[in-house]
Design a protein around this ligand. Sequence first.
Ligand SMILES: NC(=O)c1ccc[n+]([C@@H]2O[C@H](COP(=O)([O-])OP(=O)(O)OC[C@H]3O[C@@H](n4cnc5c(N)ncnc54)[C@H](OP(=O)(O)O)[C@@H]3O)[C@@H](O)[C@H]2O)c1
Length: 258
Amino acid sequence: MNRIEGKLILITGASSGIGAACARRFAAEGAKLVLWARRVDRLERLSADLRERHATSALLAQVDVRDRAAVNRAAGDLVAGGHVPDVLINNAGLASGMSKIHEGDPEDWDRMIDTNLKGLLNVTRAILPHMVARRRGHVVNLGSTAGHMTYPQGNVYNATKYGVRALSEGMNLDVAGTPIRVSSVDPGFAETEFSEVRFHGDAARAKAVYRGFQPLTADDIADAIAYVVNLPEHVNVLDMVIVPTAQRNVYVVDRNES
Ligand SMILES: NC(=O)c1ccc[n+]([C@@H]2O[C@H](COP(=O)([O-])OP(=O)(O)OC[C@H]3O[C@@H](n4cnc5c(N)ncnc54)[C@H](OP(=O)(O)O)[C@@H]3O)[C@@H](O)[C@H]2O)c1
């Protein structure tokens, strides 16, 4: 049964990877979309493609989730136009750098904390009150296996994703008394632009992350998110951990190096 059709779904970080895959998947299921990211040119190309394939028109906005005023403005515009999202996918996020804590770059730390934690909070604070007011909505946060177990040199990224896990749990408690759901979808290795961003554009180093095994694709995660969103209102997935079969824990991977 398709419970996605007709829903208004806001996706942050829709210009790439998992966010863009969710946009394509939800458009195919007949959802209406609101797509946010900094690279609005990419959103425009995605939206044109969705219009052609699925006759979906998406509402687009250039939003840096770290910029609270911009988030509030975009959310205000939406609500003023009568568009309260049925589903919020808090997907915008990144890893920046990978180094020992005593050698880490505080600029990387700021980028991760400001995006993964404060950005998610900015968007949630702007959208969730409207869901609570009408007693309808579903928030899906993108956590990570990195929020379940630390790995060498993952330190601050791990901390942000542990934080996202705490926020998902906390949000779910705070909407008690309403039918609103809060879910966390926590992927392991998925081949997107994630590693290229982490390694500041070093494409060869990014490629090596996925060498010797079959990683998840962004579409695999979009599939999992669509499952979570499509469940009936009395069913809530609190936390879905999804990894490639070769990934045995957060950093143990069966690699075929031959
Ligand atoms: N790939 C993985 O292995 C993996 C595993 C576990 C969890 N995750 C999580 O999944 C989410 C999506 O990552 P991905 O793998 O799809 O990576 P990606 O391909 O690099 O996509 C990241 C998206 O986040 C957006 N973004 C980053 N900073 C932003 C900001 N300040 N404001 C608004 N949007 C911002 C980017 O858009 P703009 O640059 O255009 O703003 C982009 O659309 C992240 O939360 C990530 O932590 C990924």
